[in-house]
Design a protein around this ligand. Structure first.
Ligand SMILES: Cc1cc2nc3c(=O)[nH]c(=O)nc-3n(C[C@H](O)[C@H](O)[C@H](O)COP(=O)(O)OP(=O)(O)OC[C@H]3O[C@@H](n4cnc5c(N)ncnc54)[C@H](O)[C@@H]3O)c2cc1C
Length: 319
């Protein structure tokens, strides 16, 4: 989690990502206060190695937010001390405020915390439809729940979950292939995230594991295959930035689907009275907890109708 390095092409989206990063420490502290300590969140800092021809000072100057922490330019040797597999000829920018999240662990912890606060949980495939009386119904197998307000946040599958009203949601899957490497014997727990000047990244976890990725395959559909081209792209990029990974064991290859809207911006907002859609957070930016907070407030408080499949872009980008 390090939105501060990105070039600001879309100020509103950048602000949303930055708000998300800013929101995390408070969220994690609240979970910890309630005894939920396995959050998968760790503030490890990030390294942004310069690419060929990159001016490392220019990269450092992009980072303007106080939440980014200390921003320093490291020579190649100093950068390698923090992330030993890195190549030895590139300086890097070090940003102490960056953090990593293990999504599965954080998801499980949030679900447990939500249940403690009274949330009910149903497991199975959900379908959301509009009942005749203006209420929404959520069907999970034989279980039917009526609701005044519903939030559809089913990622790339959101269009399948919401079958009414009107036109399908304009969200499609974008495949990502990602590789888990194991560096036997290495104590990787405190290693920083590595964010080269490309779409790829590396992050280390506690168990001598380095995750490298990922492809961004627009137009993939729900095609779960690991492909030769995808693997080559991910491993080529990783080994060119960090040659010390060449001898790592390939422990796992995972395939996921980012929810992508047609213009690659989030679909976040009210689409009908009592119906909020929150998806499209896929192609190029992290999921923002502040967006999560905002979507539930909208669902509870707003009953204004909007055109289906057109979640208020202006509101998404202006708040
Ligand atoms: C390989 C890969 C690497 C990535 N790396 C990063 C990264 O480093 N940093 C980052 O910020 N983002 C990353 N992303 C993107 C990030 O994962 C997505 O932006 C994020 O997961 C989208 O969140 P979401 O909650 O909208 O959707 P999802 O996380 O996809 O969640 C949707 C949920 O809806 C559920 N669902 C689907 N259909 C139904 C149904 N019918 N009924 C009930 N539930 C249903 C699914 O099971 C799932 O749990 C990566 C994505 C991929 C694929």
């Amino acid at each position: 989690m390090c939105p501060w390095l990105s070039r600001v092409r879309d100020p509103a989206r950048h602000r949303l990502a930055s708000e998300g990063a800013r929101h995390y420490p408070g969220l994690i502290a609240r979970l910890n206060d309630e005894g939920f300590t396995d959050t998968g969140y760790a503030r490890t800092g990030a390294l942004a190695p310069a690419g060929p021809g990159d001016e490392v000072r220019e990269i450092a100057e992009r980072v303007g937010a106080p939440e980014a922490g200390d921003v320093t330019v490291l020579d190649p040797g100093e950068a390698r001390r923090l992330f030993p597999p890195l190549r030895g000829d590139r300086p890097a920018v070090h940003i102490t405020g960056a953090a990593r999240v293990d999504g599965r662990r954080l998801r499980d912890t949030l679900l447990a915390a939500a249940e403690r606060h009274g949330a009910g949980r149903r497991s199975g495939s959900a379908h959301v439809t509009l009942a005749g009386d203006g209420h929404w119904t959520v069907r999970v197998q034989d279980d039917l729940t009526e609701a005044d307000a519903v939030v559809v946040a089913a990622g790339a599958w959101s269009a399948r979950v919401l079958t009414s009203p009107g036109a399908p949601l304009p969200v499609v899957p974008q495949r990502g292939q990602i590789v888990h490497l194991r560096l036997s014997g290495a104590d990787t727990a405190g290693w920083p995230i590595v964010l080269p000047q490309s779409d790829h990244y590396m992050l280390a976890f506690e168990d001598s594991r380095i995750v490298v990725g990922a492809t961004r395959e627009t137009g993939s559909g729900f095609d779960h295959r690991v492909t030769a081209g995808g693997l080559r792209e991910v491993l080529d990029e990783a080994v060119s930035v960090a040659p010390g990974l060449a001898d790592a064991t390939v422990a796992d290859v995972r395939v996921g689907f980012r929810p992508a809207s047609l213009d690659e911006r989030p679909l976040l907002g009210l689409v009908a009275p009592g119906l909020v859609v929150a998806t499209g957070f896929g192609p190029s930016r992290p999921t923002s907890p502040s967006a999560v907070r905002r979507r539930s407030t909208w669902a509870r408080t707003t009953r204004r109708a909007r055109s289906p499949a057109e979640p208020q872009r202006s509101n998404t980008t202006s708040r």
